[in-house]
Design a protein around this ligand. Structure first.
Ligand code: GDP
Ligand code: FE
Ligand code: FE
Length: 395
């Protein structure tokens, strides 16, 4: 039987952890070490009292992210009492329950410096101050005054908050180093904190049916294998999985179209008529860039959102590459080349390279494509040559 360890001094750091970030763990670590605590529990709330319901994502995600954030720190642990109980929890009730669960332990209840002035408004605060030792996170450079017994612990002031992080994610701004790498990977894998408009409403099954209707079964199977490979690479390289999946599913949408269909798109969008001389090999990606938004995306003010833009750009350049490739474009370019059904000479080398570096795999694909085209003596599209020079000779 596993014995519940007898803790003497425990810290409780409540919060929505939506998502957990470095200030949470820095604070927990500082308080834990400075007060010589046996454990500091991060305790995600069921529903955050300070946020819109729709902004607080499912507690199982927050629980998982907290676990990832504290994974390699023995001082820190998670307390899931509030999310298991669900609903609104008064701190007073929670503390009563925790006092039973950790009987014999002195509880240090950690609150942010900005919360200290609101203590008088807390439910049963006079009882509460008898039950726990309040600890105020004191950011260096801020003053804190209260007539309650709050022990202040100085921590480095890190100007980051969960809401800021959510904004950064929504705006595609970098959050690496502001949150744990594993938490970041989890957020990307599950597409958390992206605006409603950003792809979450896509019905993949319906989309696959449409894709299937545009091509032979053999081609469709290739598309599904590219999707699988793209998911794999996206996870490995922490690229938006949903965006990579969509790019993969749609990349060869126009591969088996007739010349008349290509011509219609070239005319409709005033594309260079010279493209029509290059056959479906070169045309199918470029044409899909214009067809995909019409068929699958809802444009707002005639604009695609940034993820949609990355998807169509990735599709446009999936055959010949591009000097500037987004992460989504890189994933698609490599996934198309090494999907499990490919069996050309060198594919195993390409697969090995893709495990180490997307750039190396891209360079390999470009080199081998050029070589292959030269051997076959087929005309090389000028962009192919330029992209090859850029990726393989200039660096
Ligand atoms: P697929 O659509 O899944 O078959 O793969 P791709 O879109 O990557 O490639 C389509 C074909 O275009 C391949 O057979 C490539 O060898 C070929 N290709 C790539 N670059 C060029 C080029 O510059 N010129 C010509 N003629 N063909 C090319
Ligand atoms: Fe293709
Ligand atoms: Fe393909």
């Amino acid at each position: 039987m596993v014995m519940n360890k007898q803790y003497k001094r425990i810290g409780i750091l409540g919060g929505s952890f939506n998502p957990p970030h470095i200030a949470h763990v820095v604070n927990a670590e500082f308080v834990g070490k400075k007060l010589n605590l046996d454990k500091v529990f991060l305790m995600p709330s069921a529903i955050s009292p300070h946020q819109d319901k729709k902004e607080t994502i499912a507690s199982h995600h927050r629980e998982k992210m907290v676990n990832l954030a504290i994974e390699n720190n023995d001082l820190l642990a998670i307390e899931t009492y509030e999310i298991e109980r669900g609903g609104k929890n008064y701190t007073y009730d929670t503390i009563q329950a925790l006092k039973k669960k950790y009987s014999g332990a002195q509880i240090y209840f950690i609150i942010g410096g900005d919360m200290v002035e609101y203590l008088p408004t807390w439910y049963k605060i006079d009882e509460l101050v008898q039950m726990v030792q309040f600890v105020g996170i004191h950011r260096i450079g801020y003053s804190l005054e209260t007539h309650y017994n709050v022990q202040l612990i100085e921590v480095p002031s890190i100007d980051i908050s969960s809401s800021k992080i959510r904004q950064y994610i929504d705006n595609d701004e970098p959050i690496r180093y502001l949150i744990d790498d594993k938490v970041l990977a989890y957020i990307q894998e599950h597409n958390l904190y992206q605006s409603e408009s950003d792809l979450v409403n896509i019905d993949f099954e319906a989309l696959k049916e449409i894709v299937k209707s545009q091509m032979s079964y053999k081609r469709f199977e290739h598309v599904l294998r590219v999707e699988q490979k793209a998911i794999e690479l996206a996870k490995q390289y922490r690229v938006n999985v949903l965006a990579c999946r969509l790019a993969a599913l749609l990349h060869d949408l126009c591969k088996e179209w007739t010349m008349a269909q290509y011509e219609a798109v070239v005319n409709q969008f005033n594309l260079d008529k010279d493209l029509l001389n290059w056959g479906s090999e070169i045309l199918h990606g470029i044409v899909a860039k214009y067809v995909v938004p019409e068929m699958f995306f809802e444009k707002k003010n005639d604009e695609l959102n940034s993820l949609e833009q990355q998807i169509v750009d990735a599709i446009a350049c999936h055959t010949v590459g591009s000097k500037q490739m987004s992460d989504v474009a890189k994933v698609l370019f490599v996934a198309d080349y090494i999907e499990d059904g490919r069996s050309f000479d060198g594919v195993d080398t390409a697969r090995e390279l893709a495990k180490k570096s997307l750039t190396k795999a891209i360079q390999f694909k470009l080199e081998h494509t050029i070589q292959f085209l030269k051997e076959k003596q087929v005309p090389i599209y000028p962009v192919t040559e330029a992209v090859y020079q850029h990726w393989c000779l200039e660096k």
